[in-house]
Design a protein around this ligand. Sequence first.
Ligand code: TTP
Ligand code: MG
Length: 362
Amino acid sequence: MKSLMGRVIFHVDMDSFFASVEKRKNPALEGLPVIIGADPKGGKGRGVVSTCSYEARKFGVHSAQPISKAYKLCPHAVFLPVNMELYQKVSERVMALLRSFSDRFEQVSIDEAFLDVSEKVKQYTSPQQLAERIKDEIRRKEGLSCSIGVAPNKSAAKIASSLRKPDGLTVVNPEKVKEFLNPLPASKISGVGRKMQERLASLGIKTIGQLARQPLDKLTEHFGRWGLRLWEVANGLEEDEVEDSYPIKSLGTEHTFEEDVGDWAVVEDCLNSLVEKVHRRVLEEGFLFRTVGVKIRFEDFETFTRSKSRQIPTNQKEVLHEYAELLLKEFKDDSRKLRLIGVKVSNLQKVGKTRNLLEWSR
Ligand code: TTP
Ligand code: MG
Protein backbone atom coordinates (compact mmCIF):
# COMPACT_ATOMS: atom_id res chain seq x y z
CA MET A 1 0.00 0.00 0.00
CA LYS A 2 1.26 3.44 -0.92
CA SER A 3 1.85 5.72 1.99
CA LEU A 4 -0.33 8.74 2.59
CA MET A 5 2.59 10.41 4.27
CA GLY A 6 3.75 13.33 2.24
CA ARG A 7 0.43 13.83 0.49
CA VAL A 8 -1.24 17.17 1.08
CA ILE A 9 -4.78 17.43 -0.23
CA PHE A 10 -7.00 20.51 -0.03
CA HIS A 11 -10.75 20.48 -0.41
CA VAL A 12 -12.09 23.95 -1.18
CA ASP A 13 -15.80 24.75 -1.04
CA MET A 14 -17.21 28.24 -1.57
CA ASP A 15 -19.50 29.55 1.17
CA SER A 16 -23.22 29.91 0.29
CA PHE A 17 -21.97 30.25 -3.24
CA PHE A 18 -24.90 31.59 -5.32
CA ALA A 19 -26.04 33.85 -2.46
CA SER A 20 -22.53 35.20 -1.91
CA VAL A 21 -22.14 36.03 -5.60
CA GLU A 22 -25.43 37.96 -5.47
CA LYS A 23 -24.23 39.81 -2.38
CA ARG A 24 -21.01 40.80 -4.00
CA LYS A 25 -22.95 42.10 -7.00
CA ASN A 26 -25.28 44.10 -4.80
CA PRO A 27 -23.60 45.16 -1.54
CA ALA A 28 -26.95 46.44 -0.20
CA LEU A 29 -27.73 42.76 0.48
CA GLU A 30 -24.88 42.47 2.98
CA GLY A 31 -26.08 41.16 6.35
CA LEU A 32 -29.53 40.30 5.01
CA PRO A 33 -31.11 36.86 4.65
CA VAL A 34 -30.93 36.13 0.92
CA ILE A 35 -32.64 33.13 -0.65
CA ILE A 36 -31.84 32.01 -4.19
CA GLY A 37 -34.31 29.78 -5.98
CA ALA A 38 -37.83 29.59 -7.36
CA ASP A 39 -40.25 32.51 -7.11
CA PRO A 40 -41.96 32.23 -3.67
CA LYS A 41 -45.17 33.90 -5.01
CA GLY A 42 -46.15 35.05 -1.56
CA GLY A 43 -45.89 31.52 -0.15
CA LYS A 44 -47.75 29.80 -3.02
CA GLY A 45 -44.70 29.28 -5.22
CA ARG A 46 -43.64 25.86 -6.40
CA GLY A 47 -40.03 24.78 -6.82
CA VAL A 48 -37.18 24.79 -4.35
CA VAL A 49 -34.44 26.77 -2.64
CA SER A 50 -31.12 26.57 -4.49
CA THR A 51 -29.18 28.01 -1.62
CA CYS A 52 -29.38 30.82 0.91
CA SER A 53 -27.11 33.11 2.87
CA TYR A 54 -26.01 32.14 6.37
CA GLU A 55 -28.37 34.82 7.76
CA ALA A 56 -31.30 32.90 6.22
CA ARG A 57 -29.99 29.55 7.51
CA LYS A 58 -30.61 30.78 11.05
CA PHE A 59 -34.32 30.61 10.25
CA GLY A 60 -34.04 26.97 9.16
CA VAL A 61 -33.92 27.68 5.42
CA HIS A 62 -31.74 25.31 3.39
CA SER A 63 -30.97 24.01 -0.11
CA ALA A 64 -33.60 21.80 -1.77
CA GLN A 65 -36.34 22.94 0.64
CA PRO A 66 -39.67 23.85 -0.99
CA ILE A 67 -39.63 27.60 -1.60
CA SER A 68 -43.08 27.86 0.04
CA LYS A 69 -41.60 26.46 3.26
CA ALA A 70 -38.68 28.90 3.06
CA TYR A 71 -41.16 31.74 2.65
CA LYS A 72 -43.00 30.63 5.78
CA LEU A 73 -39.79 30.43 7.78
CA CYS A 74 -38.34 33.71 6.58
CA PRO A 75 -40.87 35.90 4.74
CA HIS A 76 -38.74 39.03 5.09
CA ALA A 77 -35.80 37.49 3.20
CA VAL A 78 -34.66 38.84 -0.14
CA PHE A 79 -35.73 36.23 -2.71
CA LEU A 80 -33.73 36.13 -5.94
CA PRO A 81 -33.93 33.92 -9.04
CA VAL A 82 -31.03 31.69 -10.07
CA ASN A 83 -28.65 33.56 -12.38
CA MET A 84 -26.65 30.54 -13.51
CA GLU A 85 -24.68 32.31 -16.25
CA LEU A 86 -23.25 34.70 -13.66
CA TYR A 87 -22.38 31.97 -11.14
CA GLN A 88 -20.78 29.91 -13.88
CA LYS A 89 -18.50 32.78 -14.89
CA VAL A 90 -17.45 33.46 -11.32
CA SER A 91 -16.90 29.74 -10.79
CA GLU A 92 -14.63 29.55 -13.82
CA ARG A 93 -12.44 32.35 -12.46
CA VAL A 94 -12.29 30.86 -8.97
CA MET A 95 -11.42 27.43 -10.39
CA ALA A 96 -8.65 28.88 -12.58
CA LEU A 97 -7.19 30.55 -9.51
CA LEU A 98 -7.36 27.34 -7.46
CA ARG A 99 -5.79 25.39 -10.31
CA SER A 100 -2.86 27.82 -10.35
CA PHE A 101 -2.05 26.88 -6.76
CA SER A 102 -2.11 23.12 -7.28
CA ASP A 103 0.02 20.30 -8.66
CA ARG A 104 -3.15 18.47 -9.59
CA PHE A 105 -6.64 19.87 -9.69
CA GLU A 106 -10.08 18.26 -9.78
CA GLN A 107 -13.24 20.32 -9.93
CA VAL A 108 -16.15 18.43 -8.38
CA SER A 109 -18.99 20.88 -8.72
CA ILE A 110 -19.66 24.50 -9.53
CA ASP A 111 -18.18 25.66 -6.20
CA GLU A 112 -16.01 22.83 -5.01
CA ALA A 113 -12.62 21.32 -5.90
CA PHE A 114 -9.83 19.05 -4.70
CA LEU A 115 -6.26 20.27 -4.96
CA ASP A 116 -3.24 18.04 -4.63
CA VAL A 117 -0.61 20.48 -3.37
CA SER A 118 1.96 17.94 -2.16
CA GLU A 119 4.77 19.64 -4.13
CA LYS A 120 3.56 23.25 -4.24
CA VAL A 121 3.20 23.33 -0.47
CA LYS A 122 6.96 23.03 -0.11
CA GLN A 123 7.26 26.67 -1.17
CA TYR A 124 5.33 27.68 1.96
CA THR A 125 6.13 27.37 5.63
CA SER A 126 3.13 25.08 6.19
CA PRO A 127 -0.04 23.78 4.53
CA GLN A 128 -1.91 26.24 6.72
CA GLN A 129 0.00 29.15 5.21
CA LEU A 130 -0.79 28.02 1.66
CA ALA A 131 -4.48 27.57 2.53
CA GLU A 132 -4.60 31.06 4.01
CA ARG A 133 -2.93 32.47 0.94
CA ILE A 134 -5.59 30.85 -1.27
CA LYS A 135 -8.39 32.19 0.90
CA ASP A 136 -6.88 35.69 0.74
CA GLU A 137 -6.56 35.57 -3.04
CA ILE A 138 -10.17 34.52 -3.53
CA ARG A 139 -11.32 37.25 -1.18
CA ARG A 140 -9.16 39.92 -2.82
CA LYS A 141 -9.89 38.98 -6.45
CA GLU A 142 -13.51 37.84 -6.20
CA GLY A 143 -14.77 39.27 -2.91
CA LEU A 144 -15.88 35.79 -1.83
CA SER A 145 -15.13 33.53 1.09
CA CYS A 146 -14.52 29.81 1.03
CA SER A 147 -13.81 27.01 3.47
CA ILE A 148 -10.80 24.77 3.14
CA GLY A 149 -10.07 21.34 4.56
CA VAL A 150 -6.50 20.07 4.58
CA ALA A 151 -5.67 16.39 5.05
CA PRO A 152 -3.54 13.59 3.62
CA ASN A 153 -6.50 12.19 1.66
CA LYS A 154 -9.56 13.46 -0.20
CA SER A 155 -12.28 12.07 2.05
CA ALA A 156 -10.81 13.57 5.23
CA ALA A 157 -10.13 16.88 3.46
CA LYS A 158 -13.74 17.06 2.30
CA ILE A 159 -15.05 16.43 5.78
CA ALA A 160 -12.61 18.98 7.20
CA SER A 161 -13.76 21.74 4.85
CA SER A 162 -17.35 21.34 6.06
CA LEU A 163 -16.63 21.69 9.76
CA ARG A 164 -16.01 25.39 10.23
CA LYS A 165 -18.16 26.98 7.55
CA PRO A 166 -18.32 29.80 6.61
CA ASP A 167 -14.79 31.13 6.08
CA GLY A 168 -13.34 28.03 7.74
CA LEU A 169 -9.95 26.39 7.67
CA THR A 170 -9.42 22.98 9.22
CA VAL A 171 -6.05 21.24 9.04
CA VAL A 172 -5.86 17.52 9.82
CA ASN A 173 -2.32 16.37 10.51
CA PRO A 174 -1.37 13.07 8.83
CA GLU A 175 -0.85 11.27 12.13
CA LYS A 176 -4.17 12.51 13.50
CA VAL A 177 -6.59 11.49 10.76
CA LYS A 178 -8.30 8.77 12.79
CA GLU A 179 -8.45 10.91 15.88
CA PHE A 180 -10.10 13.61 13.78
CA LEU A 181 -12.62 11.27 12.15
CA ASN A 182 -13.60 9.08 15.11
CA PRO A 183 -16.06 11.35 16.94
CA LEU A 184 -17.81 12.65 13.81
CA PRO A 185 -21.21 11.28 12.72
CA ALA A 186 -21.04 8.73 9.89
CA SER A 187 -23.26 11.04 7.84
CA LYS A 188 -20.24 13.31 7.40
CA ILE A 189 -18.85 10.80 4.92
CA SER A 190 -19.65 11.91 1.42
CA GLY A 191 -22.33 9.62 0.03
CA VAL A 192 -23.83 8.55 3.33
CA GLY A 193 -27.32 9.91 2.86
CA ARG A 194 -30.34 9.53 5.06
CA LYS A 195 -31.10 5.94 4.04
CA MET A 196 -27.56 4.77 4.48
CA GLN A 197 -27.42 6.52 7.84
CA GLU A 198 -30.54 4.62 8.93
CA ARG A 199 -29.09 1.31 7.82
CA LEU A 200 -25.89 2.01 9.72
CA ALA A 201 -27.85 3.07 12.81
CA SER A 202 -29.77 -0.22 12.72
CA LEU A 203 -26.39 -1.92 13.10
CA GLY A 204 -25.56 0.36 16.01
CA ILE A 205 -23.20 2.52 13.97
CA LYS A 206 -23.53 6.25 14.49
CA THR A 207 -20.01 7.66 14.44
CA ILE A 208 -17.15 7.25 12.00
CA GLY A 209 -15.16 5.69 14.84
CA GLN A 210 -17.81 2.99 15.31
CA LEU A 211 -17.76 2.37 11.58
CA ALA A 212 -13.97 2.08 11.60
CA ARG A 213 -14.05 -0.56 14.33
CA GLN A 214 -16.47 -2.88 12.46
CA PRO A 215 -15.02 -6.06 11.04
CA LEU A 216 -14.59 -5.48 7.32
CA ASP A 217 -16.43 -8.75 6.57
CA LYS A 218 -19.53 -7.51 8.31
CA LEU A 219 -19.58 -4.28 6.32
CA THR A 220 -19.08 -6.00 2.97
CA GLU A 221 -21.76 -8.51 3.88
CA HIS A 222 -24.25 -5.71 4.44
CA PHE A 223 -23.14 -3.15 1.88
CA GLY A 224 -21.15 -5.02 -0.77
CA ARG A 225 -18.25 -3.11 -2.23
CA TRP A 226 -19.45 0.08 -0.56
CA GLY A 227 -18.78 -1.63 2.74
CA LEU A 228 -15.10 -1.74 1.85
CA ARG A 229 -15.19 1.86 0.73
CA LEU A 230 -16.84 3.02 3.96
CA TRP A 231 -14.37 1.05 6.03
CA GLU A 232 -11.39 2.56 4.21
CA VAL A 233 -12.71 6.09 4.53
CA ALA A 234 -13.56 5.60 8.22
CA ASN A 235 -10.08 4.28 8.91
CA GLY A 236 -8.39 7.13 7.07
CA LEU A 237 -7.05 4.68 4.49
CA GLU A 238 -8.74 5.98 1.35
CA GLU A 239 -6.08 6.89 -1.21
CA ASP A 240 -7.96 8.22 -4.25
CA GLU A 241 -5.88 10.38 -6.53
CA VAL A 242 -6.85 13.96 -7.27
CA GLU A 243 -7.78 13.43 -10.89
CA ASP A 244 -6.91 16.31 -13.12
CA SER A 245 -10.16 17.77 -14.40
CA TYR A 246 -10.84 16.67 -17.88
CA PRO A 247 -9.80 19.08 -20.60
CA ILE A 248 -12.81 18.09 -22.75
CA LYS A 249 -15.28 20.96 -22.58
CA SER A 250 -18.03 19.47 -24.68
CA LEU A 251 -19.03 16.30 -26.51
CA GLY A 252 -21.03 16.41 -29.67
CA THR A 253 -21.68 15.11 -33.10
CA GLU A 254 -23.43 16.33 -36.23
CA HIS A 255 -24.83 14.93 -39.41
CA THR A 256 -25.01 16.41 -42.88
CA PHE A 257 -27.87 14.94 -44.87
CA GLU A 258 -27.07 13.40 -48.24
CA GLU A 259 -29.83 15.53 -49.65
CA ASP A 260 -31.48 18.49 -47.97
CA VAL A 261 -34.44 17.32 -45.93
CA GLY A 262 -37.92 18.78 -45.67
CA ASP A 263 -39.61 15.88 -43.88
CA TRP A 264 -39.58 16.48 -40.12
CA ALA A 265 -39.91 12.76 -39.37
CA VAL A 266 -36.54 12.20 -41.02
CA VAL A 267 -35.05 15.02 -38.96
CA GLU A 268 -36.38 13.44 -35.78
CA ASP A 269 -34.97 10.05 -36.70
CA CYS A 270 -31.60 11.63 -37.25
CA LEU A 271 -31.87 13.52 -33.97
CA ASN A 272 -32.57 10.25 -32.16
CA SER A 273 -29.46 8.63 -33.54
CA LEU A 274 -27.32 11.70 -32.73
CA VAL A 275 -28.65 11.66 -29.17
CA GLU A 276 -27.80 7.95 -28.92
CA LYS A 277 -24.27 8.59 -30.10
CA VAL A 278 -23.61 11.53 -27.81
CA HIS A 279 -25.14 9.73 -24.86
CA ARG A 280 -22.96 6.68 -25.44
CA ARG A 281 -19.87 8.90 -25.33
CA VAL A 282 -21.12 10.64 -22.18
CA LEU A 283 -21.32 7.25 -20.44
CA GLU A 284 -18.04 6.01 -21.88
CA GLU A 285 -16.20 9.08 -20.64
CA GLY A 286 -18.04 9.01 -17.32
CA PHE A 287 -19.45 12.53 -17.62
CA LEU A 288 -22.39 14.41 -16.25
CA PHE A 289 -23.63 17.37 -18.30
CA ARG A 290 -25.59 20.48 -17.48
CA THR A 291 -26.08 21.94 -20.94
CA VAL A 292 -27.51 20.54 -24.14
CA GLY A 293 -26.94 22.34 -27.43
CA VAL A 294 -28.23 21.87 -30.96
CA LYS A 295 -27.01 23.17 -34.27
CA ILE A 296 -29.10 23.47 -37.37
CA ARG A 297 -28.12 24.50 -40.90
CA PHE A 298 -30.64 25.29 -43.61
CA GLU A 299 -30.24 24.63 -47.32
CA ASP A 300 -29.08 28.23 -47.81
CA PHE A 301 -26.33 27.61 -45.22
CA GLU A 302 -27.87 29.88 -42.64
CA THR A 303 -26.85 28.25 -39.34
CA PHE A 304 -28.28 28.51 -35.84
CA THR A 305 -27.20 27.15 -32.49
CA ARG A 306 -29.37 26.95 -29.41
CA SER A 307 -28.68 25.65 -25.93
CA LYS A 308 -30.51 24.97 -22.72
CA SER A 309 -29.02 24.38 -19.28
CA ARG A 310 -30.27 22.73 -16.16
CA GLN A 311 -29.08 23.33 -12.62
CA ILE A 312 -28.31 19.80 -11.60
CA PRO A 313 -25.84 17.81 -13.70
CA THR A 314 -27.12 14.57 -15.18
CA ASN A 315 -26.17 11.75 -17.54
CA GLN A 316 -29.72 10.73 -18.44
CA LYS A 317 -30.52 10.11 -22.06
CA GLU A 318 -34.11 11.22 -21.55
CA VAL A 319 -32.96 14.69 -20.51
CA LEU A 320 -30.59 14.94 -23.46
CA HIS A 321 -33.36 13.90 -25.81
CA GLU A 322 -36.02 16.11 -24.32
CA TYR A 323 -33.83 19.23 -24.39
CA ALA A 324 -32.52 18.59 -27.90
CA GLU A 325 -36.03 18.03 -29.25
CA LEU A 326 -37.31 21.14 -27.51
CA LEU A 327 -34.50 23.27 -28.93
CA LEU A 328 -34.98 21.96 -32.43
CA LYS A 329 -38.74 22.55 -32.39
CA GLU A 330 -38.20 26.28 -32.80
CA PHE A 331 -37.19 25.61 -36.40
CA LYS A 332 -39.92 23.15 -37.30
CA ASP A 333 -42.14 25.58 -39.13
CA ASP A 334 -39.39 27.08 -41.25
CA SER A 335 -40.15 26.46 -44.91
CA ARG A 336 -36.51 25.89 -45.85
CA LYS A 337 -35.04 22.42 -46.10
CA LEU A 338 -32.39 21.25 -43.66
CA ARG A 339 -28.82 20.53 -44.56
CA LEU A 340 -27.33 19.59 -41.19
CA ILE A 341 -28.20 19.03 -37.56
CA GLY A 342 -25.91 18.57 -34.57
CA VAL A 343 -26.23 17.77 -30.88
CA LYS A 344 -23.76 18.44 -28.10
CA VAL A 345 -23.50 18.47 -24.34
CA SER A 346 -21.32 20.84 -22.33
CA ASN A 347 -20.67 22.08 -18.80
CA LEU A 348 -19.31 18.64 -18.11
CA GLN A 349 -18.09 17.11 -14.93
CA LYS A 350 -16.71 13.69 -14.15
CA VAL A 351 -18.87 11.26 -12.25
CA GLY A 352 -16.82 10.82 -9.10
CA LYS A 353 -16.77 7.71 -6.97
CA THR A 354 -18.56 9.59 -4.24
CA ARG A 355 -21.35 10.45 -6.61
CA ASN A 356 -21.91 6.78 -7.40
CA LEU A 357 -22.08 6.10 -3.74
CA LEU A 358 -24.47 8.98 -3.30
CA GLU A 359 -26.83 7.70 -5.98
CA TRP A 360 -26.67 4.25 -4.61
CA SER A 361 -27.53 5.26 -1.07
CA ARG A 362 -30.58 7.34 -1.98
P1 TTP B 1 -23.12 23.88 -1.77
O1 TTP B 1 -21.63 24.05 -1.72
O2 TTP B 1 -23.70 22.59 -1.31
O3 TTP B 1 -23.84 25.02 -0.94
P2 TTP B 1 -23.43 26.54 -0.73
O4 TTP B 1 -22.15 26.87 -1.39
O5 TTP B 1 -24.58 27.40 -1.14
O6 TTP B 1 -23.32 26.64 0.84
P3 TTP B 1 -22.15 26.12 1.80
O7 TTP B 1 -21.57 27.33 2.44
O8 TTP B 1 -22.83 25.22 2.77
O9 TTP B 1 -21.17 25.39 0.93
O10 TTP B 1 -23.62 24.10 -3.26
C1 TTP B 1 -23.05 25.05 -4.14
C2 TTP B 1 -24.11 25.73 -4.96
O11 TTP B 1 -24.85 24.77 -5.68
C3 TTP B 1 -25.10 26.50 -4.13
O12 TTP B 1 -24.68 27.83 -3.85
C4 TTP B 1 -26.34 26.44 -4.97
C5 TTP B 1 -26.23 25.15 -5.75
N1 TTP B 1 -27.11 24.13 -5.16
C6 TTP B 1 -28.40 23.98 -5.67
O13 TTP B 1 -28.78 24.70 -6.60
N2 TTP B 1 -29.23 23.06 -5.10
C7 TTP B 1 -28.86 22.26 -4.06
O14 TTP B 1 -29.65 21.43 -3.56
C8 TTP B 1 -27.52 22.42 -3.55
C9 TTP B 1 -27.06 21.57 -2.37
C10 TTP B 1 -26.70 23.35 -4.13
MG1 MG C 1 -20.47 25.64 -1.10
